[in-house]
Design a protein around this ligand. Structure first.
Ligand SMILES: [Zn+2]
Length: 61
């Protein structure tokens, strides 16, 4: 008999939160992703409707 624990299914964090444009409330797309300080990424989102951009720093785990 196999006596080892196997995860029944793999569920990772679905942390694909996308901001909404502050001006026109359209969903923004990820236009740039670059490393920030260790353990963090700098994500730049862009709005396709009014060309506004927003940069946020997110922790990568
Ligand atoms: Zn916009």
């Amino acid at each position: 008999m196999l006596n080892r624990s196997v995860p029944s299914f793999f569920h990772g964090k679905a942390s694909s939160e996308r901001p909404f444009c502050a001006d026109c409330e359209s969903p923004m797309i990820l236009s740039c992703l670059e490393p920030d300080k260790p353990g963090f990424d700098l994500r730049t989102y862009a709005c396709l409707m009014c060309a506004a951009t927003e940069s946020i720093v997110v922790a990568v785990s």
